[in-house]
Design a protein around this ligand. Structure first.
Ligand code: NAD
Length: 353
């Protein structure tokens, strides 16, 4: 029998259509009283609506969340929380907004509730990130886990098809790397297999009917499970590559995951046979890497780093940066194999091991 460790995350999850209406009750249950509602500038109205639902518990709205959590955005939110005497925040939005709430939890000891509207899964992980002087620093700290998460699939019905697809494949990437993580365990494997199945089965339905309530619920439930996998294991080559491509080359987060994942999966497949078996069944494909690449193509998602704006002459620098930092991976990676993988991802070629 294989030995393993498993740590459960302590937060409460409320899941279901219309459950945004329960945020006031959830704030009361937590013994909190003055909520600073956070969003990105583009989703201010969502935050205002949430503040209305909170009534007298709303201390104010701060629509200042920015992708990759620049330190200036954290300082502004922190001073808003201070001047409004907030005792917690509520992040309504995707990984960018949840990232700001995490930074406030870390730097200002402000607990928070998360209401995710994408499939990033950030709300399920103790991983935080803050960008300063062009560098994103990340770390793990249980204090950045939300006190409660309210998943309301109705909020995701407005997510454009293209964002839904790339965000869904971002979630799938967590499941893939959790299945072959050095610290995987039976609970993570179950969550990863079911999370991957839910994402893969719901994305075509969402692309056909973006407001399909069943498909939206399945995708959000899948993202919850995949997020738990991300929070509970150590990620490998795929997440390392995407971190470098996003952090140092400013590529968009979810589309980058979408392009890179089939190539890393194809590369790692011979060294990750149990993961491959689980993914064969979740993706209903004999070759999961090819199946995923074809699915992305059918759903109109980007399939090359070139179309995301990465210049070809940057590939060497990506290899150097990825190679310079150790990370676990089921199959050893050297300069040549990584460059060949990146060449395929850059040009949009089909994945091969
Ligand atoms: P995001 O929050 O920037 O949202 C992506 C896009 O979707 C934005 O344009 C946003 O305006 C739009 N959007 C969000 N909800 C919407 C809705 N309901 N309707 C219409 N449009 C909507 O990005 P993301 O992909 O959710 O998250 C990416 C960020 O999260 C990155 O910075 C990444 O590093 C971070 N992240 C962190 C973790 C972690 O564990 N710490 C995990 C995953 C992602």
């Amino acid at each position: 029998m294989t030995a393993f460790d498993y740590t459960a995350t302590p937060m409460r999850v409320r899941f279901g259509a219309g459950r945004l209406g329960e945020i006031a009750e959830e704030v009361d249950r937590l013994g909190l009283a003055r909520v600073l509602v956070l969003s990105t500038p583009g989703h201010r109205q969502l935050a205002v609506d949430a503040a209305q639902l909170l009534g007298e518990r709303a201390a104010g709205v701060h629509a200042g969340a920015v992708m990759h959590v620049p330190i200036a955005s954290v300082e502004q939110a922190r001073s808003a929380a201070l001047s409004l005497r907030a005792d917690c925040s509520l992040a309504i939005g995707g990984g960018s907004t949840i990232g700001l709430a995490k930074a406030l939890a870390l730097q200002a000891d402000l607990p928070y509730l998360a209401v995710p509207t994408t499939y990033s899964g950030s709300e399920m992980t103790p991983v935080w990130g803050i960008t300063q002087d062009g560098r994103k620093t990340t770390g793990r700290d249980p204090r950045v886990l939300p006190a409660s998460v309210v998943y309301d699939p109705q909020l995701t019905e407005s997510l454009p098809i293209s964002t839904s697809v790339t965000s869904g494949i971002n979630a799938l990437a967590h499941a893939v790397e959790a299945l072959y993580a050095p610290d995987t365990n039976p609970m993570v494997s179950l969550m990863a297999a079911e999370g991957a199945r839910l994402i893969v089965s719901s994305l075509p339905a969402i692309a056909a009917h973006p407001r399909d309530p069943e498909a939206r619920a399945d995708a959000l439930q899948g993202s919850w499970l995949c997020g738990l996998c991300l929070g509970g294991t150590t990620m490998a080559l795929h997440h390392k590559l995407c971190h470098v491509l996003g952090g140092s080359f400013d590529l968009p987060h979810a589309p980058t995951h979408t392009v890179v994942l089939p190539h890393v999966l194809a590369y790692n497949a011979p060294a990750a046979l149990a993961a491959l078996a689980a993914l064969r069944s979740a993706l209903n494909a004999e070759d999961p890497a090819l199946g995923l690449w074809e699915l992305a193509g059918r759903l109109g998602a980007p399939r090359s780093l070139a179309e995301l704006g990465l210049p070809h002459d940057a590939l060497g620098a990506v290899v150097a940066e990825v190679g310079g930092n150790p990370y676990p991976n089921p199959r050893p990676v050297d300069h040549e194999s990584l460059l060949a993988l990146l060449e395929r991802a850059w040009s949009g070629a089909a994945p091969t091991g």
